[in-house]
Design a protein around this ligand. Structure first.
Ligand code: ADP
Ligand code: MG
Length: 337
């Protein structure tokens, strides 16, 4: 790579700190890191062993001297220390100069508390940031999707991530109504794990559960598929394979999907009438990895009788939006927290 003095000095970065995936956007370059929000640490000396993809490989396969955690899984920031370690690990990956004082824009879930906000900021400061801006997830998603949020027109964004579902109505550079649900993709995986436990005495891991959801999961009847699932039967204690149908998995996911739909309906009920009429015209926009669940858009369309659109690249919207803000902080100053 060509040595660039300018890059060496500035390297401003935007971070989508997601409960499932962390993405880093470097100014002028685009997205350079896109890895799971996972960290592996030695329990002997507390040293970080791996972050992201490498840590995911270790999940469920460790010995007592290594712990692998998803520090944001059970809440916005369930584990401050590990979230910080993870963020430092990711920033190290992009190799910015030790002398650089970057500007950092960090996108955080909108349900974040003041204490959590402060922790994220401090984490950025430890990464030598010159200045740190925070931006709310649905706002960043809207910018990433390419919506002009400065207009007096309402847009409804539903961002379904791993740990949280963020539902927001945005207009004039601000959030008019919002709801942050602590149920999303992880909850679906958990429902699948419980199903195999209860119905088949089979223990399966989180990664297997996610694979099942991605392969044959859906929110409405879209196709009939089956999948062979490997796990450990806890009655006889040995590995077993069970065939499962898309219909059975749809049943597992029903409850989570219903909670999301209730949240969407509640937000619609709390929306001022002028904005409601905008949403009637423009529809609901789904983003975040959960938006990729088959048939989810269809199901929401049926329940709300509104147009529903899935963002073009749901897993990238927030990072792209946070990146756009980083490229022109002045223009977006109003939406920064
Ligand atoms: P976060 O912003 O919380 O990090 P993401 O937007 O990265 O979350 O989305 C991650 C979630 O999306 C995970 O729960 C993952 O299982 C889910 N997901 C990703 N792809 C799909 C898919 N094709 N179908 C259903 N869920 C998906
Ligand atoms: Mg996200």
């Amino acid at each position: 790579m060509k040595f660039s003095f300018l890059k060496w000095l500035s390297s401003d970065i935007a971070i989508d700190l997601g409960t499932a995936n962390t993405l880093i956007y470097v100014r002028g370059e685009g997205i350079v890191v896109n890895e799971p929000s996972i960290v592996a640490r030695s329990t002997i000396n507390n040293k970080i062993i791996a972050v992201g993809d490498d840590a995911k490989e270790m999940m469920g396969r460790t010995h007592p001297n290594i712990e692998v955690v998803r520090p944001m899984k059970d809440g916005v920031i369930a584990n401050f220390e590990m979230t910080d370690a993870m963020l430092q690990g990711f920033i190290k990956k992009i190799n910015i100069s030790r002398f650089a004082r970057p500007r950092i824009v960090i996108c955080v879930p909108s349900g974040i508390t003041e204490v959590e906000k402060r922790a994220v900021k401090e984490s950025g400061e430890r990464a030598n940031a010159r200045v740190i801006y925070l931006i709310e997830e649905p706002v960043a998603a809207a910018v990433g999707i390419g919506i002009d949020i400065s207009k007096p027109v309402g847009n409804m964004i539903v961002d379904i991530g791993g740990g949280t579902t963020e539902i927001a109505i945005i207009a004039l550079n601000g959030v008019v109504t919002k709801e942050s649900l602590r149920i999303a993709g992880d909850e679906m995986n958990e429902a699948i794990i419980q199903y195999f436990r209860k119905e088949h005495n089979l223990l399966i891991g989180e990664r297997m559960a996610e694979q099942i959801k991605l392969n044959i999961g859906s929110a409405t009847k879209v196709e009939d598929k089956t999948m062979s699932v490997k796990g450990r039967n806890f009655v006889v204690g040995i590995p077993r394979t069970i065939d499962v149908s898309s219909e059975q998995i749809r049943e597992c996911l029903r409850e989570t999907v219903d909670v999301m739909i209730s949240g969407i309906k509640r937000t619609l009920e709390n929306t001022p009438p002028e904005l409601s009429s905008d949403i009637l015209d423009r529809g609901i926009i789904l983003t975040g990895g959960g938006a990729l669940l088959k048939g989810l858009d269809e199901r929401i369309r049926l329940e709300t009788e509104l147009p529903v659109h899935v963002a073009e690249e749901p897993l990238l919207s927030v990072a792209m939006g946070t990146g756009k803000v980083l490229e022109d902080v002045e223009k977006y100053r109003e939406i920064l927290m």
